[in-house]
Design a protein around this ligand. Structure first.
Ligand SMILES: [Mn+2]
Length: 341
């Protein structure tokens, strides 16, 4: 039987690869694996690679700065974490040095449904019952009697908290709390992770003031079902580099009674415009709204953009509001029909 251990033991230089749009689980599981390998096999070399620098909001994970953007040439094994689909590492694969992935063993550690699609052979360790790739790593380590130290436990815990939004999602089971209890025994601390994240998310005073201004400008349209805010170019220029304006206010907008959909439109200097949309549970219509502008996303979280000259600001806004009304009305008609049946 192939074990994670046997592959690690056979390699000298292990490359850990993350998806190009890394989330908390990507970065934390990568760090968990690095620390697991270096604790158990101090002589192995581990390089963590991601095509992008770690996004600012994930830099609470200590060691994130060891993730490199230069694809190494001399690795003799690779492990893909939280990433089983080719599209997730498209840019990485365009690098000529990535051809080496055809020549060395490549492992996939993931917790997503088994739909592996890579242009090279892979050895797959998929655990669909695990809530994060970090948890997949922990389960393998336990099964194969690898030592799990405090740092590894901390990264595994961070990966679980990230993929379960702090253990609050509906798929979290009693076993996941037992795992968290085990990780706590190993030295991981939920409050330390939370504090590091809060510290990192602190913002300058002028951003908090700007948030108040933005909240004051929110319009409640469609009888209060749609909360809408506009961010003009001057504000994008002034604030976007420090804090993405919609993210500052979306939660408050969603936490307003009666609101079903929240939307922020940004107008750029050249006439390009974008809309970012989220919904409250039960009103997942924004994927359909984005589709009307030939853009995509998830039913409950989507975005769209229009090229310069296609619409004036007022036209774009009216069109978005109209589409949202239609989709919400469709939704209530469907609900009523289901109730009468
Ligand atoms: Mn994940």
């Amino acid at each position: 039987m192939n074990s994670l251990k046997s592959f690690i033991e056979a390699a000298e230089h292990i490359l850990v690869i993350q998806a190009e749009n890394p989330d908390g689980d990507s970065v934390a599981s990568s760090l968990a694996l690095e620390s697991l390998i270096s604790d158990n096999y101090p002589n192995k070399r581990v390089t963590m690679f991601c095509n992008l620098t770690v996004p600012a909001h994930l830099r609470y994970l200590k060691g994130h700065d060891r993730v490199v953007q230069d694809f190494p040439r001399d690795f003799d094994m690779a492990i893909l974490v939280d990433c089983a689909e080719e599209v997730l590492i498209e840019k990485t694969l365009r690098n000529p040095d990535a051809a080496r992935l055809n020549k060395v063993p490549v492992l996939i550690l993931d917790h997503h449904q088994d739909k592996i699609h890579m242009p090279f052979e892979t050895i797959n360790f998929i655990d669909e019952n695990a809530v994060s790739t970090g948890a997949v790593i922990l389960n393998l380590a336990k099964k194969e009697n690898l030592q799990v130290g405090k740092d590894t436990a901390t990264f595994v815990l961070a990966s679980i908290l990230s993929d379960t939004l702090g253990l609050s999602l509906d798929f979290v089971r009693a076993d996941d709390f037992r795992t968290v209890a085990d990780l706590t025994d190993l030295g991981a601390s939920m409050s330390e992770i939370d504090q590091a994240r809060r510290e990192l998310n602190k913002r300058p005073q002028f951003i908090t003031k700007y948030k108040a201004e933005l909240l004051g400008r929110v319009e409640y349209l469609l009888d209060g079902r749609l909360a809408y805010v506009h961010i003009p170019w001057e504000e994008i220029q002034q604030y976007s580099g420090i804090y993405n304006p919609p993210i500052l206010v979306f939660e408050d907008m969603r936490l307003t009674e009666g609101v079903q959909v929240v939307m922020a439109v940004k107008s750029y200097k050249n006439g390009k415009m974008t809309a970012k949309m989220r919904t409250n549970p039960g009103y997942e219509v924004v994927g359909a709204v984005a589709a009307k502008f030939n853009c995509g996303g998830h039913p409950g979280s989507a975005g769209c953009k229009v090229e310069p000259g296609m619409y004036s600001y007022e036209e774009f806004k009216n069109e978005l509001v109209k589409c949202t009304r239609e989709e919400l009305d469709n939704l209530s008609t469907t609900k009523e029909l289901n109730e009468t049946e």
